[in-house]
Design a protein around this ligand. Sequence first.
Ligand SMILES: [Zn+2]
Length: 328
Amino acid sequence: MEIKELVYNGAIPIFDPSKLKTPLEELLLQIGGALTEAAVLLKGADGQAYYPSVVSLQNEKLKELGPKTIDLLRDVNIKVKGLIYVHYDEYLSEEYGTVESDGRKTEGFICPINETYQERFLKILEEVSQTEIDDIILLLTGYASALHCFCENCKVTFSMDRKMPVNFNFSLLQGDKELYNEWIEWRSENIKTFLSKITEKTKELGLKPIFTVELDPNFQFDEGLKPSLGIDIKNIANFFEHLIVMVNPWEVILPPVQSKSFKELVQRVRNVKQQTNRNISLMYWPPSEEELKTLLTINEEVKSKGLYVFLQYPDQFKNWRETRIIKP
Ligand SMILES: [Zn+2]
């Protein structure tokens, strides 16, 4: 769908400043009045910062893109939220990458307990806060998948107090119910710890953090958030006032309005709202006309605050999807 139509239907666009097909000045002349809010991606999945940075990968051509995009939007009174990936950075993952149960490194995704990475990420937040954004949306907040992370550091840390060999894998954990439960709890505490650090830092910087969670049938929606991604939403709900729910991000299509799958999806979004007792918004990839109808109906049924849409699929979509939906 054209961005014009999306905006006229009330969707909030997410701009990737490195991928704007029409210059933003031109676009704003066409849709300016209809647009009141937008989000801007501030660091590419490849690790390139779209703002002046000493911590991230920096390219002379790209470093002014973020501030320039934000200024153009703010000049016509559009509220701007920044957007960054928490556990994905193809450049930094060379150093802080995450490892699957079978020992393979998973490209781009980051180990959620790496403290050096976490310090770097908090510096990234400091740099990002220098741009004129109101809030910051945080994407890919959890583990890469149910089969992560089995890097050396994670294995040593988990096994140390548990009188078990360092060389364990997922099937060993699965074979011992008690140990498996400890693993799931430990992972969700790790995510909680880092999200708590992010919350503190953003508040210190005068930014409101908005975390995103992925609700997907491939991991039983809200039920799978903890075992798959390590996100215990009830346990982290006091970190934010506002939560973004990505609906069916890894399914190929969104179900049509009033189908059985549609009703289930609506119920699942409601579950998240009830469990967290927070404001929620929705997020989706570039929708087709039919999908936009579905999204707007969910938006209304769950009294969501808004619908964020990407204007193009990320280049990494296929990899992300394959990683996320691995079944243990
Ligand atoms: Zn790890």
